[in-house]
Design a protein around this ligand. Structure first.
Ligand SMILES: NC(=O)c1ccc[n+]([C@@H]2O[C@H](COP(=O)([O-])OP(=O)(O)OC[C@H]3O[C@@H](n4cnc5c(N)ncnc54)[C@H](O)[C@@H]3O)[C@@H](O)[C@H]2O)c1
Ligand SMILES: [Fe+2]
Length: 385
């Protein structure tokens, strides 16, 4: 190691089937008497939010609810949610849902304790004060948002997704209950699971990877690779769901420190403009970006094939790396995730602007194992048009 590295993560995670039952004890431990539940309408329909509310009720913790978080939420939603937190006098926030609901919960918690405006906080370490007490409960496996200091919000005017990165975005506690993910529909299981796998792969191949992040990323890749097909094909399989939830958390811990790379940089412009779900956008970009990136660190991409369970004995580094790419291509086919941008309305004439959008995601391109130019970005988008 020839440079100084920082490692940070959520200080308290509680995981296992039924972990949601710990919500009252956790809220009380943190001094919470009135909670604001931040979630999305899809999750309300599943009955999971009612289950949470009935636990709070029994535990004598007051609550109100902000349940209008949309997919790939806008920064305006965070402002509205924070206003409701203040109006209702909540003293603790509980974010329950996928990355969208959790990110709005995270940003609301810092908007209440900082004067704003929110535009001052986009970027790295620009939030002055710690946020309100916050508990996060992921229900997709997933973004790993429960263990990252990151929140991603859409700016519809600029047609961009922007990140707030601050250690004040870590929750006080993450509660991970695989039972909550059992009802996740197959296509959402596939897309969110691919997002988690890509977090781990990108952390592992990032220029900022360390021994610590590799350890987390390798275990995440193994767990997700072992369980993703079963979780997709048989959502009721609790063991597979538990493996996915643990894998997505470990991947989150890895990328929160090593960073993600160009796959995410390509996913952001198409996600923001063509409303392609985050996991799907990442899955479409994974194979073409890996084929480009592998020359930047053949050794790591070759090791990836082994971690994915492929036999690489006797193969050159290049052939091993290609084996990893092919293994992942097969996975996206098995999971039936879309693999063409045109099926979301992207046209060849959109590519130059989208490629410029990729180049703006400098925060992630700085981690990429291979230097990327705008003409490379255009060529990569063209391959999956
Ligand atoms: N903060 C981070 O570190 C981080 C990392 C990666 C991605 N993100 C962001 O997270 C967002 C994506 O999050 P996501 O992929 O989890 O999707 P999501 O939160 O948008 O949820 C997707 C859908 O799944 C439904 N859903 C969630 N849990 C369910 C359950 N248990 N049963 C049935 N339906 C359920 C939701 O209602 C929603 O309709 C994007 O905005 C992305 O940019 C954040
Ligand atoms: Fe992601």
């Amino acid at each position: 190691m020839n440079k100084i590295n920082t490692f940070q993560t959520t200080t308290r995670t509680i995981m296992g089937p039924g972990a949601i039952k710990n919500i009252v004890a956790e809220a009380k431990r943190l001094g919470g008497t009135k909670a604001m539940i931040i979630t999305d309408p899809g999750l309300v329909k599943t009955g999971i939010v009612n289950e949470l509310e009935s636990l709070l009720n029994k535990g004598n913790i007051g609550f109100s609810r902000f349940d209008s978080v949309e997919a790939d939420p806008s920064y305006e939603t965070a402002i509205t949610a924070a206003e409701q937190v203040k109006k209702d006098g909540a003293d603790i926030i509980i974010g329950i849902g996928g990355g969208s609901a959790q990110d709005i919960a995270k940003v609301s918690s810092i908007l209440v304790t900082n004067k704003g405006p929110i535009s001052e906080y986009f970027g790295i370490d620009l939030v002055p004060n710690p946020g309100m007490k916050l508990i996060l409960i992921p229900t997709t496996a997933g973004t790993g948002s429960e263990v990252t200091p990151i929140a991603i919000l859409s700016d519809h005017k600029e047609k961009l997704k922007k990140g707030i990165v601050s250690m004040h975005l870590f929750p006080s506690t993450a509660l991970l209950d695989p039972l909550l993910t059992v009802g996740l529909p197959p296509h959402v299981t596939a897309a969110t699971g691919m997002d988690a796998l890509i977090h781990a792969i990108e952390a592992f191949t990032s220029k900022n990877a360390t021994d610590m992040t590799d350890m987390l990323a390798i275990q995440a890749i193994k767990l997700i690779n072992k369980n993703i097909r079963t979780a997709y094909a048989n959502g009721e399989n609790l063991e597979a769901r538990e493996g996915m939830l643990e894998g997505s958390m470990l991947a989150g811990m890895a990328f929160a420190n090593a960073g993600v790379t160009a796959v995410h940089a390509f996913a952001y412009p198409i996600g923001a403009e063509f409303h392609i779900p985050h996991g799907v956008a990442n899955s479409i970009m994974l194979v073409p970006v890996m084929e480009f990136n592998m020359l930047g660190n053949l050794e790591k991409f070759a090791r990836l094939a082994e971690i994915l369970g492929e036999k690489t004995q006797g193969l050159s580094l290049r052939d091993s790396a290609l084996r990893a790419v092919e293994t992942l291509r097969t996975l996206t086919i098995d999971l039936n995730v879309p693999n063409k941008l045109s099926s979301f309305g992207v046209k060849a004439s959109d590519i130059p602007e989208l490629a410029k959008g990729v180049m703006k995601v400098t925060r992630l391109l700085a981690n990429n194992p291979r230097v990327l130019r705008v003409e490379d970005a255009e060529a990569i988008y063209k391959r999956v048009l």
